[in-house]
Design a protein around this ligand. Structure first.
Ligand SMILES: Cc1cc2nc3c(=O)[nH]c(=O)nc-3n(C[C@H](O)[C@H](O)[C@H](O)COP(=O)(O)OP(=O)(O)OC[C@H]3O[C@@H](n4cnc5c(N)ncnc54)[C@H](O)[C@@H]3O)c2cc1C
Length: 309
């Protein structure tokens, strides 16, 4: 009988000396704030640049699709899962160092954004208040240019280091990256690994006050008691996506276990074991109703993984 061939990735699962945690058939519902998503062929937490390099090399050799993921707070993964390798940055990608002289912080892309916000605040710097209460990682925030209506992370970026299978590590100056409303010019095959952010010295009372006000606004307007991905749609120029969806009468509308939130119509929440398909149906319904009534095509802010189209 012929011995079954084990792929290099499968073997890494059992290699304790390799600086990455490799799990096969990992349910992505464990790694998205929606708590939705079927299994990824492999889920890899890379702890070092060397490990990341090896994983990318294996993906190329074994012809496996891959995708960098942070905390899955802006991600809808299909019910069938993802037939590829989900790459998450851990270990050395979660470090930071402050440059007191230039008021800057260099931070790994796997760092949880809220931990950075707190650290910046405790050291008496201003500049990251806009991100208070935004879930996810620094890498996800950079990729999405996360922010509020008044400020976004791109405004703080001195440089970003990315890794791609073709070019290895490349450092971009902040001004060479295009930062738009929830959009950036990073390429799909670039994994953001580190960035340098410009901060300012400020009085901690002022920073605290600003963050408290932002958190209160968030609590008052967002359905934080249910799993979600935050805003599903980008606001069309001159409009609020939430207001448009409310105006076409969809606030509170449900499909399976998903609901267009009764609190904020740009949130689709997982109220009762929703599937990705439930969420997709509501997305399509909101898009068609708003288009029908106003001729506006709502564009999604949420990213999709494991879907055909
Ligand atoms: C309750 C709630 C409130 C939210 N509020 C806000 C808000 O106020 N403002 C806002 O902008 N967003 C908000 N969001 C959305 C989300 O938190 C942000 O988009 C966040 O920055 C995503 O980070 P993440 O690490 O979870 O990325 P993920 O959701 O894991 O990934 C998002 C995208 O980034 C890519 N990506 C992730 N990491 C990397 C990397 N290292 N290199 C390259 N690509 C990468 C992924 O492939 C994917 O395309 C909210 C979400 C929730 C659930």
């Amino acid at each position: 009988m012929a011995a079954r061939h084990c792929s290099e990735l499968e073997l890494l699962q059992f290699d304790d000396s390799f600086p990455a945690d490799v799990r096969l058939n990992e349910p992505m519902s464990r790694h998205t704030t929606y708590r939705i998503g079927g299994p990824a062929h492999a889920y890899v937490e890379a702890q070092s640049v060397g490990a990341l390099n090896t994983i990318l090399r294996i993906c190329r050799d074994e012809n496996l699709a891959w995708c960098a993921v942070g905390k899955g707070s802006n991600l809808l993964v299909s019910d069938e899962g993802y037939d590829g390798v989900v790459i998450v940055l851990a270990g050395e990608f979660r470090n930071w160092r402050f440059d007191e002289e230039h008021c800057r912080v260099t931070v790994g892309a796997g760092t949880i954004l809220s931990r950075l916000v707190q650290e910046v605040f405790h050291r008496g710097y201003s500049g990251m208040e806009f991100a208070v209460g935004t879930p996810g990682t620094v890498g996800g925030a950079l990729r999405m240019n996360a922010g509020t209506r008044d400020d976004w992370i791109g405004n703080r970026v001195v440089s970003v280091t990315v890794m791609s299978p073709e070019k290895g590590l490349v450092r971009y100056a902040g001004e060479d990256i295009q930062w738009g409303y929830r959009s950036t010019s990073f390429l799909p095959n670039e994994i953001i690994v580190e960035c340098e952010l410009q901060l300012e010295r400020a009085l901690s009372g002022n920073i605290n006050e600003k963050m408290r006000a932002l958190l209160e606004r968030r609590k008052a307007s967002q359905p934080l008691n249910y799993p979600s991905c935050g805003s599903v749609f980008r606001n069309p120029e001159g409009h609020s996506a939430g207001a448009l969806i409310e105006e076409v009468g969809l606030k509170g509308h449900t499909h399976g276990g998903a609901q267009i939130s009764t609190k904020h119509a740009n949130f689709i929440v997982n109220v009762d074991n929703a599937t990705a398909e439930d969420v997709r149906q509501l997305i399509a319904l909101a898009q068609s109703k708003v288009n029908e009534r106003y001729g506006i095509e709502l564009q999604t802010e949420v990213k999709f993984l494991g879907f055909e189209d």
